[in-house]
Design a protein around this ligand. Sequence first.
Ligand code: ATP
Ligand code: MG
Length: 264
Amino acid sequence: MARIYTLVNQKGGVGKTTTAINMGAYLGYYGQRVLLVDLDPQANATSCLGVEKRAVKSGTYEVLIGATPLGAQILHNPRFKLSLLPSSPALAGAEVELVDMAKRETRLRDALEPAKDRYDYILIDCPPSLSLLTINGLVAATHGVLIPVQCEYLALEGLGMLTQTLNRVQAAMFPDLKVRGVVLTMYDGRTKLAMDVVKEVRRFFPDQVFQTIIPRSIRLAEAPSYGQPISIYAPDSNAARAYMALAGEVLGQDGIKIPTLEET
Ligand SMILES: Nc1ncnc2c1ncn2[C@@H]1O[C@H](COP(=O)(O)OP(=O)(O)OP(=O)(O)O)[C@@H](O)[C@H]1O
Ligand SMILES: [Mg+2]
C-alpha cells in the first residue's frame, strides 16, 4: 500500500518541487515504485522532468474533475525511476470548477485510490497557496505532509498560518493528518544566518526536522533546464548526495531496508 506524502508550503520557491522530484528519484533508485503527482497549475514538476506542459492532453486536471479515471495519463520514465501524473495550465481552472462539485476536498484522494497498490510512494507537489487544490493535496496525504523550509531570512514566516491550516483540515475532515517531516533546503554553510535558521526551525518543529539538510547548489538549479533529476544530471554532486541521504532517511523511518550498492 502506497505511502502518500504531500509537499506543502504556501510560500513560493522554497524547494517543494525540487524536493519532490529529487527525493522521489532517489526513492526510485532505492527500488521503490514512485508516482509524482503534479498538483500545481504552474506545472513545474512536469516541465522540470522534461515534459512539455502545453502538450499534456490529459493529466491531474482531467483526473481531478473526473473526466477520466487515473491510468493512461501516467508517464513512466524508467531512466529517472519515476512515474509522473503531469499537470498543465488547465489545472488553474479546476480551482473554480471544484467549488461547485460534490466531495470537492476529497477528489484527489478518491482518484488516487486505484494507484495505491501500484506504487510504494506517491508524492504530491502542491502549488504555493492554501487553495482548494492544496486542500485536496492535504486530504490525500495518508502518511503526512513534508514541509520544505528555505534556510533564509524570514524562513519561519507563514509557517504559523500553514500549521493553522493543517489543524483546520485535521479538525474538519481528516483527523489523521500529520506533519511527516520538515526538510531544510538551500542551506549555505558559509553564512551564520543559515545556521541560525536551522536552529530556529528545529525549535519551531521539535523532533520533526529531518537530519539531512539540502545545500544550496548550482547543479540543482541547472538540472530542470535539462529536464532531469539530479540523480541523472549530476549524481556525484553534493546536492545529489543530500537528496539520496534524505530518501535514505525517509526509508529508514518508514522501516524499509535500503538496498546495498550491488542491489540498486
Ligand atoms: N538547494 C537548492 N539550491 C539551489 N537552487 C535551488 C535549490 N532548491 C531549489 N532551487 C531552485 O530554486 C527555485 C525554487 O525551487 P522550487 O521550484 O523547488 O520551489 P517551490 O517551492 O516548488 O516553488 P513554487 O512555490 O513556485 O512551486 C527553482 O529555480 C529551483 O531550481
Ligand atoms: Mg513548485
